[in-house]
Design a protein around this ligand. Structure first.
Ligand SMILES: [Zn+2]
Length: 55
């Protein structure tokens, strides 16, 4: 009986640029990348942060 479930929808997802916690923000952007066969997800709180990271 392992207790491995995560608690109620709360995640540690934070913006890659500004470090803000991202909790159901409607401006939330996710960039998916595949490196060495592993899928990674980069999260950004807004398009502005996404653009800042891409540049
Ligand atoms: Zn941000």
């Amino acid at each position: 009986m392992a207790e491995l479930h995560t608690d109620g929808g709360e995640t540690d997802t934070t913006c890659r640029v500004c470090g803000d916690a991202i909790t159901k923000k409607h401006t939330h952007r996710v960039v998916t990348a595949v490196e060495d066969g592993q899928t990674t997800y980069d999260h950004f709180c807004t398009d502005d942060c996404l653009e800042a990271w891409v540049e």
